[in-house]
Design a binder for this molecule. Structure first.
Ligand code: FAD
Length: 416
């Protein structure tokens, strides 16, 4: 079913009876060409691009809960490509460019809003490192511009830019093409488009182990809904990647942490950009519904709890109110956390694993929502061809043997 103004009218006139489910809920078959473990954005995008780019349609996505119930439905929806190193810039800008055409391609409104993303400088050191950052973005062909304190004050009238502010604002920089997209819609849009190409999406199906062949290769999985065989398997399980790797018999350089966020009650439009304060760890934007979406940094200890610690919550609220004093009158509606898969160089892992026919997409840590199109595109490529996509070449697991790390953590300060 194609969504359009006409379909909306037909739906209204039929009292809602003409709408079809966006995707089927099939029983899993006994065997597939490719299985994808994890029904978040990366897993669903991988399945879609397998079918669309490579014609591989005998594919199933196995999700232990509901689609997007992991980090994809828990993030603060920021999209950007303001990275320092050329390898990351290429990958993330490819993703942003795919996002720019994705609503039309998927026939699903992802509510992409490229309202601009502003990083605040609170010290001379911040200003210096942002100048370097902007220069390197220009060298990588990505839009960016340094902003003076006055320009920031004009863009963000509610920000405290007074000299006596707790965190004085000396300037900053903007990626004008940065912004937000609706996170659930990205999962649902890819799911619907993959289903239309024949992919089976199987929810409430937890992978509990791997079947192995005579050469050690994976030949299928055991799940809470029975055994399913496959020629190739892709893992896209974010914070649970190490758990699945352990089931398959290898270790990943990944640590899982809780990362939390919160939203306020909705108010009238008051913030027309995504704002990050790398120095304090606070960042925020206003959703289309009017809620202030406020994000925090990682908990300081590893955990699989989807809660987030109070100390981090307190710190981010204090920093947000120091930056935007008038927000002290907002009521917080909800707070939550997800389990993010952090790699020591803050860069993803996309490609083969030590187990033959088993491939992985993980390590996006605190910033993989914006990478969903690129992560899906490149995992699909290696699953279909057995060769890594050129964009994913630098991001192999093998870099932890060769030492060719791509350390973006220092560049981003806060890694969203
Ligand atoms: C609070 C917060 C804020 C964030 N903000 C941003 C942001 O603003 N911008 C940005 O780019 N990124 C952000 N991120 C990071 C981003 O959300 C993630 O990097 C991204 O969503 C990862 O997508 P995924 O598909 O890999 O993982 P997920 O969406 O987590 O999907 C993995 C899926 O695997 C499933 N799974 C796990 N184990 C099994 C199993 N054994 N069997 C079957 N299924 C299994 C899980 O249930 C889950 O649904 C944020 C994350 C959080 C938590």
């Amino acid at each position: 079913m194609r969504y359009s103004a006409l379909a909306l009218l037909r739906g209204a006139l039929s009292g809602g009876r003409s709408w079809q489910p966006a995707w089927r809920s099939p029983e899993p078959k006994a065997a597939y060409d490719v299985l994808i473990v994890g029904g978040g954005g990366h897993g669903l995008a991988s399945a879609y691009y397998l079918a669309r780019n490579h014609g591989v349609r005998n594919v199933a996505v196995l999700e232990r809960g509901w689609l997007g119930g992991g980090n994809t439905g828990r993030n603060t929806t920021i999209v950007r490509s303001n990275y320092l190193y050329p390898e990351s810039a290429r990958l993330y800008d490819f993703s942003l460019r795919l996002y720019e055409g994705l609503s039309r391609e998927l026939n699903f409104n992802l509510m992409l809003s490229q309202r601009g993303l502003i990083d605040l400088a609170h010290s001379r050191h911040d200003l210096d490192s942002m100048a370097r950052w902007v220069n390197s973005m220009h060298m990588n062909g990505i839009d960016a511009r340094l902003l003076s304190r006055e320009e920031i004050a004009a863009r963000l009238p509610l920000l405290d830019v007074s000299p006596e502010a707790r965190y004085p604002v000396l300037g900053g920089f903007e990626q004008p093409r940065g912004g937000t997209a609706r996170h659930d819609a990205v999962a649902w849009g890819y799911a619907r488009a993959a289903d239309a190409l024949g992919v089976d999406i199987v929810q409430n199906c937890e992978v509990t182990g791997f079947l192995r062949g005579g050469h050690g290769e994976v030949t299928g999985v055991t799940t809470s809904r029975g055994t399913i065989r496959a020629q190739r398997i892709g893992l896209a399980a974010a914070g649970h990647s190490s758990v699945l790797a352990a089931l398959a018999g290898f270790r990943l350089p990944v640590t899982s942490y809780a990362l939390q966020a919160m939203v306020s009650e909705p108010v009238k439009p008051a913030l027309d950009a995504v704002v990050l304060s790398p120095g304090t760890g606070a960042y925020l934007s206003q959703s289309d519904k009017g809620e202030m979406v406020i994000g925090a940094g990682l908990d300081l200890f590893a955990s699989y709890a989807q809660r987030g610690s109070f100390a981090v919550l307190q710190g981010v609220v204090a920093a947000t109110l120091a930056l935007f004093p008038s927000f002290s009158r907002l009521k917080l509606l909800r707070q939550w956390a997800g389990n993010v898969d952090v790699v020591h160089d803050s860069s993803p892992i996309i490609g083969p694993t030590p187990v033959p026919e088993l491939f992985i997409n993980c390590g996006w840590g605190t910033g993989g929502f914006k990478a969903i199109p690129a992560g899906g595109w490149t995992l699909a490529h290696v699953l279909a061809t057995g060769r890594s996509h050129p964009l994913a070449e630098p991001f192999q697991l093998e870099r932890f043997h060769s030492g060719r790390l791509i350390d973006e953590a220092a560049a981003a300060g806060i890694a969203h």
